[in-house]
Design a protein around this ligand. Structure first.
Ligand code: C2E
Ligand code: CA
Ligand code: CA
Length: 277
């Protein structure tokens, strides 16, 4: 009796997850086709640990669904990847980021946003060509945007991915490897990739001021990145101690709640006008 109860709960759980997945797919596809305001971008500032000035932004997608409530990006991005329509999400993000760059320029703000590309995006040459055309149509260049890609993106078909990365580099984009340390890449392998920047995942940064294992890892990444001439961004900086440790160790850039949470465009414009950075 006990075990059949367990089984019932187990299958109910699977059914629930299946249904949620299905509604996310259906709803997201509708939202991408319509003009509803459910999707938005927020921007998190990055600061140089040398000049203590803002030196970049990260664009992060938000989905506040009328029918499903707030869905975290981690969840729906993965579902869109698996269901094969991440391309449409990325197109939406790229169009919005470019519109927002133009708005920022009207406010005389010239900080560069980074966008997150997904596993399939980096294999998708047509999408990359659309990005270049979109910049061009708006009189912008590869220099006006940074691309963040996770190392797992390179695993699916490493040859195509690396060729496309090289193509983007040749076009003048700066490329950051995201979530560094959580996946497969080693710094030795990075040497062969056409990237300029690594982002240390927040998993290694959140407890940096107290966790000696994390300190070892971060120090190693920083010293080797000097050898390979890579810029390093630390994400997940939540307190002053962590920020000062990273500055002492020569980390180039910091991003995290201690500096600012991700902000909607208007909030960002106000923040930039009033912050000490
Ligand atoms: P990510 O690219 O590693 O982005 C950093 C995440 O860390 C963001 O979560 C950000 O809000 C969060 N974060 C920033 N500072 C701190 C901090 O000090 N403490 C803590 N605890 N967290 C911090 P978010 O916005 O929920 O995004 C989660 C993931 O979803 C992103 O991780 C990225 O992989 C994906 N994602 C978000 N927006 C997009 C997008 O437009 N396109 C794609 N393909 N993926 C996206
Ligand atoms: Ca990122
Ligand atoms: Ca991360």
């Amino acid at each position: 009796e006990l075990s059949s109860n367990w089984l019932l709960r187990f299958s109910a759980d699977i059914e629930q997850r299946y249904l949620r997945r299905l509604s996310i797919i259906t709803e997201l596809k509708v939202v991408l086709q319509s003009d509803q305001d459910e999707l938005s971008l927020v921007y998190q500032p990055k600061i140089s640990l040398k000049t203590r000035q803002v030196n970049g932004l990260e664009a992060l997608i938000r989905w506040n669904s009328q029918r499903l409530g707030f869905i975290p990006p981690d969840e729906f991005i993965e579902i869109a990847e698996q269901a094969g329509f991440i391309e449409q999400v990325t197109d939406w993000v790229l169009n919005r980021v470019i519109a927002d760059i133009l708005t920022l320029r009207k406010h005389h703000i010239f900080v560069k946003p980074a966008v997150n590309l997904s596993t399939q995006d980096i294999q998708n040459k047509q999408l990359l060509e659309r990005l270049i055309a979109l910049l061009d149509d708006n009189k912008l260049t590869a220099d006006d945007i940074t691309l963040e890609i996770t190392e797992s993106d390179l695993v699916a078909d490493a040859n195509i991915a690396i060729a496309n990365l090289q193509y983007l580099r040749d076009k003048g984009f700066s490329i950051a490897i995201d979530d560094f340390g959580t996946g497969y890449s080693s710094l030795a392998y990075l040497k062969h990739l056409p990237v300029s920047t690594i982002k240390i995942d927040k998993a290694f940064v959140l407890n940096l001021s107290t966790d000696t294992d994390d300190q070892q890892i971060v120090r190693t990444v920083l010293s080797l990145s000097t050898i390979f001439d890579l810029d390093v961004v630390a994400e997940g900086v939540e307190d002053a101690d962590t920020m000062e440790i990273l500055a002492d160790w020569g980390c180039d850039t910091a991003q995290g709640y201690y500096i600012s949470r991700p902000l909607p465009l208007n909030g960002l414009i106000d923040w930039l006008a009033s912050s000490e950075y």
